[in-house]
Design a protein around this ligand. Structure first.
Ligand code: CO
Length: 134
């Protein structure tokens, strides 16, 4: 079951550079900056209500995000739905005929388990499912 929109992710060249707008103009606070090794990305979160803006930048030259930035430039990268059980969601989506990037959950930021739905199933929007530790 989908619980809420956990975050909207924005691909950026530099979290610190991009965060200036969100901090200085919008008045949000940057926190939880960490490297997500499994995805070769570095992320930082700006909390807004019960959701977040996630700034995401490549952590390594061969990060999939490098190609995204080269072809599309900075901008919205994915929407993340928080769920109770990622594995169960993935199973149901596959049964219903959706295309998933991850057939099994992988480690995400903040000890979450995540899986991505392919944008071709969702009108061009990359969708992340995340499950927080209980
Ligand atoms: Co995300």
């Amino acid at each position: 079951m989908l619980k809420k929109i956990n975050h909207i992710a924005i691909a950026v060249n530099s979290i610190e550079e991009a965060a200036k707008f969100y901090q200085n103009i919008l008045g949000l606070n940057l926190s939880g900056v960490e490297v997500v090794t499994a995805q070769k990305t570095r992320v930082g979160f700006l909390k807004i209500g019960e959701s977040n803006i996630e700034l995401v930048q490549p952590a390594e030259p061969d990060s999939p995000l490098v190609k995204f930035l080269e072809t599309k430039g900075q901008g919205i990268h994915h929407i993340c739905f928080e769920v109770d059980d990622v594995e169960a969601e993935v199973k149901v989506y596959l049964e219903k005929g959706a295309t998933l990037i991850d057939l099994k959950p992988r480690p995400g930021a903040h000890n979450t388990k995540v899986a991505f739905v392919h944008p071709k199933s969702s009108s061009g929007v990359l969708i992340e499912l995340c499950e927080f530790p209980k």
